[in-house]
Ligand binder design. Structure first.
Ligand code: ATP
Length: 254
C-alpha cells in the first residue's frame, strides 16, 4: 500500500536533453504520484523515449533533475534504479540464457531473496511455463516481450515504465498485462505507459502527458484534456484530443 506522504514514484524537473544541435526535450517537468498510470503520448520524435531513458539513468540530462521515489537518478543511481523497471520497445535478452536464468539473473541483480515462487507464478501468468528452460534465442517475438515483462515485475519495483508494451503480444498476453498493470497500480506502483495505441492509453491510464517537439502540451486527467482540446465533449475520443493537441499552429490550406 502507498505510504501517506510518499514521494512521487517518478519526478522530472526542468529536464532538457540536446543531442548536438537537436533539442529532444526542452524544459519538461511533471510528477507521477504512486498508484497512478500515466499515458505518455506524442508524435514520432516528441521526446518520449528520451525522457524514459533519462529516468532510467541510461542517458544523462543536459539539464534538470530526475527522481525515482525521491532518489536522484544522477546523485543516487543505485537506490533510484533499484526501485524502477523500464521495459523498452525492443527489450534485449541474453541469447544464451534460458527464460528461468533471466529471472535468476534479475533476482540476483536486485537482491530478491526468494524469487522462485514469484518467478513460477509470473511464468504461468504469462503462459511461459512451457518455455521455462528454452534459450532466449529460441523464443518468438511475443515470448521475448513476455520474458522482459516478467523480469520487470519480479523485483517488485515501485515505479515502472513500459514503451509500447503490447508489441507482439497475443490477445491473452494483452489481457494479462492490462490486468497486472491495474493490480500493481492498486498496490501503489506508479506507471508510465508510452504508446501510439491511444485506445490502450484511454483504457488504462489515469493521467495523460502529451509531448510535442520536446515540450509538454498537456498534463492532467483525461477529462481535463477533453475540456482543454475537445470543447469539453465527454465522449470525445483520445484520438480527437491528440490530434487537436498536437496540430500545427497554422493548418495548411486545402
Ligand atoms: P517515437 O514515437 O518515434 O519513438 P519519441 O517521442 O520516443 O519518438 P525520441 O526517441 O525521444 O522520440 O527522440 C526525440 C528526438 O531526439 C528526435 O528528434 C530524435 O531524432 C532525437 N534523438 C533521439 N536519440 C538520439 C540520439 N542518440 N542521437 C541524436 N538524436 C537523437
Amino acid at each position: 500500500m502507498t505510504q501517506p506522504h510518499a514521494p512521487p514514484a517518478l519526478e522530472v524537473a526542468d529536464f532538457h536533453k540536446a543531442y548536438g544541435p537537436t533539442v529532444a526535450v526542452a524544459g519538461l517537468s511533471f510528477a507521477l504520484p504512486p498508484g497512478e498510470v500515466l499515458g505518455l503520448v506524442g508524435p514520432n520524435g516528441a521526446g518520449k523515449t528520451t525522457t524514459m531513458r533519462a529516468l532510467a539513468g541510461i542517458i544523462p540530462p543536459t539539464r534538470g533533475t530526475l527522481r525515482v521515489c525521491g532518489f536522484d537518478v544522477a546523485a543516487d543511481p543505485v537506490r533510484a534504479k533499484g526501485r524502477l523497471a523500464y521495459v523498452p520497445d525492443d527489450p534485449r535478452l541474453f541469447e544464451s540464457l534460458t527464460v528461468w536464468e533471466h529471472l535468476r539473473f534479475v533476482a540476483a541483480a536486485y537482491r530478491v531473496a526468494a524469487f522462485e515462487a514469484e518467478g513460477e507464478r509470473l511464468l504461468a501468468r504469462f503462459e511461459l511455463a512451457p518455455k521455462r528452460d528454452a534459450l532466449a534465442g529460441e523464443l518468438s517475438r511475443g515470448m521475448r516481450q513476455k520474458v522482459a515483462i516478467c523480469c520487470a515485475y519480479l523485483h517488485r519495483p515501485a515505479a515502472m515504465m513500459f514503451d509500447e508494451p503490447l508489441t507482439g503480444l497475443d490477445p491473452m498476453g494483452i489481457r494479462t498485462i492490462k490486468e497486472t498493470i491495474r493490480a500493481r497500480a492498486a498496490e501503489g506502483v506508479g506507471f508510465i505507459i508510452s504508446s501510439h495505441l491511444l485506445s490502450l492509453v484511454e483504457d488504462l491510464c489515469t493521467r495523460l502527458l502529451i509531448l510535442n517537439q520536446g515540450r509538454a502540451v498537456f498534463h492532467g486527467g483525461l477529462d481535463e484534456a477533453r475540456a482543454a482540446f475537445a470543447d469539453g465533449l465527454a465522449d470525445a475520443s483520445l484520438e480527437e484530443v491528440f490530434f487537436r493537441a498536437t496540430a500545427p499552429a497554422a493548418e495548411p490550406g486545402p
